[in-house]
Design a protein around this ligand. Structure first.
Ligand SMILES: [Zn+2]
Length: 417
């Protein structure tokens, strides 16, 4: 009964939205067209039109490091339907360096990738990878791991590098504090991130070609998050990221900060939740109103022989698959599942890194398909039912549902039985 009501309301709602709104200031190379909004949750399905093709959201964006996606080629990525992936500014800025990449017609030319690219600011990588980093008002100071030279990554420098890379979406340099840190440092970082956003906006040489996203900070503190949202949403940036989460905080804090953020972000601009890639997190955070996600998890876990499947994961290395001639997932249409058996991948994994490539392809396909199914269910007005089916498949019994996910979904009117 409840499901029928949901469906009717959703159908009415999506009819209204078919007259889709074109939004955003004239100068921005980004248009967000809202195709459908879930009538029960905060989920929405959009067309995000970027300089190198349209992207259907919700979207998962795979992560490359030095312009190459580990274990997969750009052609394979394109064939899987990927329309936006991440380039890593820190690695690219160090080696081969922005000048060389600019000469190669930017990162698109360098990678030979004709779809969209999102680059990070480089700051997070520095703080997390380089031990000797120090944050001052000027920027992030650190010693190059390649030649030991001291480098200052300022907001201006980060944008200059990202301008050279020519990405479709650039991220502001923010003052990153671990999500488990509390106290005055969190407030300082939040205010500094706002000041750095203004410096990034001023430094962008290509506002007509490259979109700069702000990153909402404020740790796990409701007042600081709200203050950051209030300030940053006054800036006319093309999109917003929710930052400073997925760093080891309690999941209960995580989802509350996500939903607080989406409550205060403008409806007509894309919302990117950084560093999130587990299937449950993706589905729940779509319900909370997020549009874009990235995470190294699906590609990293593939290198350990872990294949993502609707019932969790499948460890190709395990002996039980040595004589199993089924594909990883019989319902998966990816090139790996079409061609190879679990037994073959099991044998290959022992001797050849090609097994990792096959699993990487499958895992990226899994993420993209998951988001495609989520999107379809939003458009068809049956997202709440999709969530229930998805959770049932993933967890053998309802008492295994993570409490935070149950609470988060209940907050957007979806009860799991
Ligand atoms: Zn597959």
């Amino acid at each position: 009964m409840a499901a029928t009501v949901e469906r009717v309301v959703a159908a009415e709602a999506s009819e209204k939205q078919m007259s889709a709104k074109k939004v955003l200031s004239a100068a921005s190379p980004l248009t967000l067209r809202i195709v459908a909004e879930c009538s029960v949750t905060k989920a929405r399905a959009c067309e995000l039109i970027l300089p190198h093709s349209a992207v259907s959201t919700p979207v998962f964006m795979p992560v490359g490091t030095q312009g190459t996606m580990k274990g997969i080629t750009v052609d394979q990525l394109d064939d899987l339907g990927c329309r936006i992936c991440l380039g890593n500014t820190y690695h690219l800025g160090m080696r081969p360096g922005p000048d060389l990449i600019e000469k190669a017609n930017g990162l698109h030319g360098f990678m030979n990738w004709e779809r969209n690219l999102l680059t990070d600011s480089g700051g997070f990588q520095m703080v997390s990878l380089v031990e000797l980093s120090e944050v001052t008002e000027g920027g992030v100071k650190f010693k190059s791991p390649y030649d030991g030279k001291e480098i200052l990554l300022s907001p201006e420098k980060s944008i200059a590098i990202q301008n050279s890379l020519g990405s479709d979406i650039m991220m502001q340099l923010d003052d990153v504090v671990s999500s488990t840190v509390t106290g005055p440092r969190v407030e300082e970082a939040m205010h500094r991130s706002i000041r750095w956003l203004d410096r990034c906006i001023a430094a962008n040489k290509n506002p007509d070609k490259q979109n700069l996203f702000a990153i909402i900070q404020g740790g796990l503190n409701v007042d600081l998050r709200k203050a950051c949202l209030d300030e940053m949403t006054q800036r006319d940036v093309p999109g917003f990221a929710i930052g400073g989460l997925s760093g080891g905080e309690e999941k209960d804090d995580f989802w509350r900060m996500v939903t607080l953020s989406t409550d205060h972000l403008p409806r007509e601009k894309p919302r990117y939740l950084m560093g999130v890639g587990y299937a449950v997190d993706l589905v729940v955070c779509v319900a909370l109103g997020c549009d874009m996600f990235d995470c190294v998890y699906p590609t990293r876990t593939a290198r350990f022989g872990s294949a993502l499947v609707p019932w969790g994961s499948l460890q190709v290395k395990h002996r039980q698959y040595a004589k199993d001639f089924q594909p990883i997932d019989p319902d998966c249409q990816c090139p790996t599942c079409k061609r190879h058996s679990r037994a073959y991948l099991h044998a290959l994994f022992k001797s050849d890194s090609a097994a990792m490539h096959h699993i990487t392809i499958h895992n990226i396909a899994y993420q993209l398909n998951l988001m495609g199914s989520v999107r379809q269910s939003i458009v068809e007005g049956r997202f709440p039912d999709f969530i229930r089916t998805f959770m049932k498949r993933l967890f053998p019994s309802p008492d295994q549902y993570p409490g935070w996910a149950v609470d988060a979904l209940a907050s957007v009117n979806v009860t799991l039985e």
